[in-house]
Every structure is written in structure tokens, then in C-alpha cells.
Design a protein around this ligand. Structure first.
Ligand code: GLU
Length: 497
């Protein structure tokens, strides 16, 4: 390779840091190191409604925890910044205007109502949905008149009607798609923000990315990107689409079927080196096929031809096994150090202490009173299982209620007592439950106990990952209980007021 290898990951800060991001980050990092190149972190936060700075911070912290580090990025800077797309909107607008001037893109004044109607008609007629090109042929005068009226517009890429677009994926070979199958992609939204496609291509070009190594799910976007490079007159990077991590049933890995937050693994005491080793194994095999290896060893032996194209199944049990190998190799002193850095930090002890302080008469009492703040899953034995279902409710209605609570927790970067309490009260209201009837199953689910320190501070100190993991377990347990219970237990829920 002649030019310096430059690769990137481009996560969108719209939720918990995902293991899939760590997986793609690892391969980009290894590829960069192998070739003496640079690995860049770019934050794709142009989706104004879903992006949050807290998610971005969490993504950066979680990636740092894995040990994968970047040479350029929003926190460390670099020669091609800014590395956060929301700070680059002028650049995208300028490039979009250039395309319009060249006639490679056009303003589209169609309203969202018209597009919705169009989509419905197409569905009804069983033709594949897509823009019908109404604004593609507007004359300069018509466009000027609409601008004079100050009508809102988007900008679309003029995809050639004829021919086909071909690109080479380094793992799959040539991929060809007929151009008529590609929609006139929106590049700039009516709020002036770019779409993923425009921002991604402009940035990859300006940041001199030589290889786009990303998840396979983006392969359907690549023809649009190739056409965009062509419209700009730029050389496209090389394409490497990585096999997606999958659930046991081979569907794309999802939080319904697997813990997907990197923070789950961190909180549960997986070692970052074991997690990276496992993620490496998901997409690649060592020349000698051994399963346990370090990132440095991976860099040493890395070649693209050892990438596997099958859908790798992410199996927490296997990861746990691998993690155990790492743990057993450590000296007791090393293990003590790791435990003090993760499970038993001063910070954690100091957060728990005020919650149990009053109940402690001898120092040893601390252990019994606080164990559920530190351990993993808590059992729901007969008594707890019964306590989880409030009077007048069934296992089935309780599990639906807990699913709603789980969703609330999923949606926030971290648990803060007051807003969490307010959301739980609102949920109780919505489902026609008394708040305390909802608090009890949540309390039992997250602690395995009926009597605990105040629920919401307890949840804050337990942390988001521990709470959701236990709620998931409680929901699974309630499913079993629900199957065994007679059908008519639940009274009709009171209407929401
Ligand atoms: N923002 C996209 C994501 O969230 C980036 C995809 C790409 O690498 O092009 O994964």
C-alpha cells in the first residue's frame, strides 16, 4: 500500500455503547496498526432527535475501557477535525451546493405528506417504494419560483437511471446493483442537516480514509456512496464489510436476546482483554486456529484473508469460558488488584455505605446488608417470586409492567433517583396501578429482597447495567410463572386517567 492507511469508526451517539461498535473498532484498530496507519474516531451525531452528548461520552469511555485507542478524534483532536459531525454542518452544505451546481443533485420540494401518500400507493400497488422523481426535472425558473416562495426543500442525489454500479468488497469480491434500484437519496434534510450518506462520504473523503471497514448492514448503502464519490469526482476508499454479530437464532445481535451494552460486560467483571479476544474470534481466525490470543498477537498475524464471512454467533457462555481462562492465569495479587479496580472500588464502597450505615452494628454486618450491590444475578426463590406479584395482579400483568420499566431504563444513560421515580410513577398511572404496587416488584427484581434502602437511590448505586440485567431475569422468571398460572387472575386494568 502506498498512501498511509487511515481507517475509522463512526458511531452515532444514540444509545448505550454497543459490543458491535467495539468489534468493528477492534478490527479497524488492528488493521491500522498492522499497516502503520491511523485509526480515527468520528462521531456521527447528525440525527438531532436521537443523539445525546451523554451517549457520546459513554461510547468514548467504554471504548477506552476495552483498550482500543484512536489517533484522532473529538477528544484528542487531529489534523482533519472537527471529528464530530454536528460541528461540520457548513462543510456538508457547501459540498451539497457544489453538487447542485454541477447538476448532480437537485432540490426537492415534495412535502412529507406527499411522500407518505406516494409510499402508501406504491405499497398498495406492490411496487418497491422509492421517490418518483417529481422534482428531478424542475427547470431553473421553477426552482427559483419555489425558492422565492420560501418553500422548504431537501436536496437529492440524481442517481443515473441507466446502468449499474459496481464496487469491490475486499471480503466478497464484486458487488453490482442496477442503478434503477437505487433511490434518489436525500443528502440534505429540510432542517439543513445532512443525512448519514452525505456526511459519511464527505467526511471519509476529507479525513482521507483509505479503507472503510464497517458492519455488513451498511453494504446496501455502499452503491449510493460509490455514486456520491463519482458525483464529486473523488476516488472511493476500499470497502470491507464485516460479518455482523448474531444472536443464537442467527438474527442480528439485539438487546432482546443478548446483553449488547459494552457496559454490561464491564459491570459484570469481564476483562477487556478477554472481550477483545472474543470479538476478534468472532470475525477472524489465527493462522494456528488457537482461540486465546492478545491484540498484539492479532496485529502480528493479521491478514484479511483469514476473516470469516459466516454469521458469527455471539455466545455469552463462550465468552465467560474465555474470560475464565484469563482469570485463572492471573496471580492472586493481580486478581486482587483487578477486583479493587472494578468490583470493590473505594468509590463504590462509599456510594453503598450511606445506604446501609444505619443498619450496621458490627463491621461484618456490612457484608450481609450490602451483598446485592456487588454480586451478579440474584435468585428469586418461592417467597421472592410471590412478593414480586402484587395483590390483584398476575405474573403476566407484572411482567408487562416490568417490561415497561426496563424500557425506561434502556432509554436513559444512567439512573438518577428523582427522574426515575417520576417515570415509574407515570408508568404506574398509565397502566392503572398504584405506584407502590409497581415499586415492590421492581425492588424485588433489582435486589432480590423485600426490604431495602430507599428504592431509587438503591437503583442509582446498583447502576443501570445491574438493574436491567436483574429486571431481565425477573421478567424471564415471571414468564415461567405466567405459563403456570390460571388464565383469569388479572382484573381488567383500570382505565388510565
Ligand atoms: N454512523 C454509522 C453507524 O452508526 C456509521 C456507519 C459507517 O461506518 O459508515 O454505524
Amino acid at each position: 500500500m502506498t498512501a498511509e492507511v487511515r481507517v475509522r469508526i463512526a458511531p452515532s451517539p444514540t444509545g448505550d455503547p454497543h459490543v458491535g461498535t467495539a468489534y468493528i473498532a477492534l478490527f479497524n484498530y488492528v488493521f491500522a496498526k498492522k499497516h502503520g496507519g491511523k485509526f480515527i474516531l468520528r462521531i456521527e451525531d447528525t440525527d438531532q432527535t436521537r443523539s445525546r452528548p451523554e451517549w457520546e461520552t459513554m461510547i468514548q469511555q467504554a471504548l477506552r475501557w476495552t483498550g482500543v485507542s484512536w489517533d484522532e478524534g473529538p477528544d484528542v483532536g487531529g489534523p482533519y477535525g472537527p471529528y464530530r459531525q454536528s460541528e461540520r454542518t457548513e462543510i456538508y452544505r457547501k459540498h451539497c451546493n457544489e453538487l447542485m451546481e454541477k447538476g448532480a443533485a437537485y432540490p426537492c420540494f415534495c412535502t412529507s405528506e406527499r411522500l407518505e401518500q406516494l409510499r402508501r400507493d406504491q405499497l398498495r400497488r406492490k411496487v418497491s417504494p422509492g421517490y418518483d422523481g417529481r422534482c428531478r426535472g424542475l427547470t431553473a425558473e421553477e426552482v427559483a419560483a419555489k425558492h422565492a416562495e420560501k418553500l422548504p426543500y431537501t436536496v437529492r442525489l440524481k442517481i443515473p437511471k441507466e446502468g449499474a454500479t459496481t464496487f469491490v468488497d475486499r471480503l466478497r469480491g464484486e458487488v453490482t446493483i442496477e442503478n434503477h434500484q437505487v433511490d434518489d437519496q436525500v443528502l440534505l434534510k429540510s432542517d439543513g442537516f445532512p443525512t448519514y450518506h452525505l456526511a459519511n462520504v464527505v467526511d471519509d473523503h476529507l479525513m482521507k480514509i483509505t479503507h472503510v471497514m464497517r458492519a455488513e448492514e451498511w453494504i446496501t448503502s455502499t452503491p449510493k456512496h460509490v455514486l456520491l464519490y463519482k458525483a464529486f469526482g473523488w476516488d472511493a476508499p476500499e470497502w470491507i464489510h464485516m460479518p455482523l454479530l448474531r444472536n443464537q437464532d442467527k438474527s442480528k445481535i439485539s438487546k432482546r436476546k443478548n446483553p449488547v451494552s459494552i457496559n454490561f460486560y464491564k459491570q459484570a467483571g469481564f476483562l477487556p482483554e478477554a472481550l477483545l479476544n472474543y470479538l476478534a474470534m468472532m470475525g477472524w481466525t489465527m493462522p494456528d486456529a488457537r482461540e486465546k490470543f492478545t491484540v498484539a498477537e492479532m496485529i502480528e498475524s493479521f491478514t484479511l484473508d483469514r476473516m470469516s464471512l459466516g454469521g458469527p454467533v455471539f455466545d455469552v457462555k463462550k465468552l465467560t469460558w474465555l474470560n475464565g481462562l484469563y482469570i485463572r492465569e492471573m496471580t492472586p495479587a493481580e486478581l486482587v488488584r483487578r477486583i479493587r479496580e472494578t468490583v470493590l472500588t473505594d468509590e463504590k464502597l462509599l456510594a453503598v455505605m450511606p445506604l446501609v450505615h444505619e443498619r450496621i452494628e458490627k463491621l461484618e454486618d456490612f457484608v450481609d446488608h450490602s451483598v446485592f450491590f456487588f454480586n451478579g444475578d440474584v435468585p428469586y426463590d418461592g417467597e421472592m417470586a410471590a412478593a414480586m406479584v402484587p395483590k390483584g395482579q398476575s405474573a403476566k400483568s407484572t411482567l408487562t409492567a416490568l417490561e415497561a420499566v426496563l424500557e425506561l431504563i434502556d432509554a436513559v444513560p444512567e439512573i438518577h433517583p428523582e427522574p426515575m421515580e417520576a417515570s415509574l410513577r407515570a408508568t404506574a398511572d398509565k397502566i392503572g396501578w398504584k405506584a407502590k404496587d409497581l415499586f415492590m416488584p421492581v425492588r424485588v427484581a433489582v435486589t432480590g429482597r423485600k426490604a431495602t434502602p430507599p428504592l431509587f437511590t438503591t437503583m442509582e448505586v446498583l447502576g443501570k447495567e445491574r438493574c436491567r440485567r436483574r429486571l431481565r431475569n425477573a421478567i424471564a422468571q415471571l414468564k415461567v410463572q405466567a405459563e403456570a398460572e390460571p388464565q383469569v387472575v388479572a382484573p381488567a386494568p383500570a382505565p388510565a386517567s
